[in-house]
Write a protein that binds this ligand. Sequence first.
Ligand code: OOG
Ligand code: NI
Length: 468
Amino acid sequence: MSTDALVHPDEIRLMFSSAMSDLYRSEVPQYGTLMELVSEINQSKLEAETELADSLAHNSELERIDLERHGAIRLGKPEELFNMRRLFAVMGMHPVGYYDLSVAGVPVHSTAFRPIDEEALKRNPFRVFTSLLRLELIEDEDLRSQAEGILAQRDIFTADAIKLIYLAEKNGGLTRTQAEQFVAEALETFRWHSDATVTLETYQKLHDAHRLIADVVCFKGPHINHLTPRTLDIDAVQQNMPKRGITPKAIVEGPPARSCPILLRQTSFKALEERVNFIGGRRDETVGTHTARFGEIEQRGIALTAEGRKLYDTLLAATRHAVQINAGGSNARDYEAELAERFRAFPDDYETLRVEKLAFFRYSPTKAGLNAAKKEDLAGSINALVDQGYLRADPIIYEDFLPVSAAGIFQSNLGSDEQKNYSEQSNQKVFEDSLGAPVGDELDLYAGLEQDSLNTALEALGIRKNVA
Ligand code: OOG
Ligand code: NI
């Protein structure tokens, strides 16, 4: 086979994310309503804030906004995670980050599969938050071995999907026909199946142990449980959701509203109670319901350095320590007030974030800088070059997730808005053994992007020496 017949992984990802969106729209009608709302609000935000529109355009983010979304799945056994890594690699998505959600009483640990290089992110930053159930955290031994036994029976990938993954690995990619087939086969793994693999009684036992365990163990595959569009104004969307018949969770997870958004703010809503057919038993005992799928929106802000992240974690922990949201979410406003107050300690202008090295920036030469470089030898520190208007700095967008927020999303969709704080039981090594590869370090990726942009910018300004 000639290699020029191979389709670029970015293109397979585009095909897949669009097929996934169509699938989810048909399975969860509220997703369509949400997409409309988000798109309307993004449009009016861009019209109202030309500076934001300009910065997004400069970062080539404008085109990706409407395409942008993430999904989430939950896997049951190590080999599922191993093959999922291979499947996502075919579409240029690689594991980045390790998230320990046991801190919130959710017995899973996770990574995010996403494109990593700049060009790939620009084309389509589709990500999938992927969790692996940690059966070792189930205390009841009988239940644990029962769950293991059920999971041992299932195979979540179609035979043709596995064949095409092998082909892609062997040939370094897929032809167009193979790619189309691959997308169709891969989609099967993420589809909702209304037929459970267990009896209603078993489902209920597992459900009583933890709703999440029932969700992972009792079905044929890891149904995609949400697909999240990116909004430019999460507060406006949250406010307008009820008008379209959607009820969001009590609080927006993550940092408070700010002039310079940092990291990630997210909110979710319960979407569907689905009818499930269970196996065996008398006829009237075989039908039940399960809530698997939900909706979510997110607003992304600038990626933080290790130092910025430390400050974020400290302020968030202090807020959560001071006000814990109760199960009904009735004290949500107290929490929001506390959060806003605590985060006054986090600088809220890009210049300070940059100079204090709290966040990552993409540098580019300005026209004035390029003109000046033609006439004289430029020198000086990066800050001086920025002050002179020769270098421009734009925020690098955070492409990852936040464990505390993710846990809040899990909790809320497992039926409660109550915030829980547990001690950490992270086990990245075990996770990576199952995955069959190390997870990427997101901070290294952002630092690399920043440095590359700086090198290119300085070179364009005729400055070759390292400047501090
Ligand atoms: C994943 C929840 C986490 C996010 O955006 O933080 C998540 C799940 O419920 O499976 O999607
Ligand atoms: Ni999500």
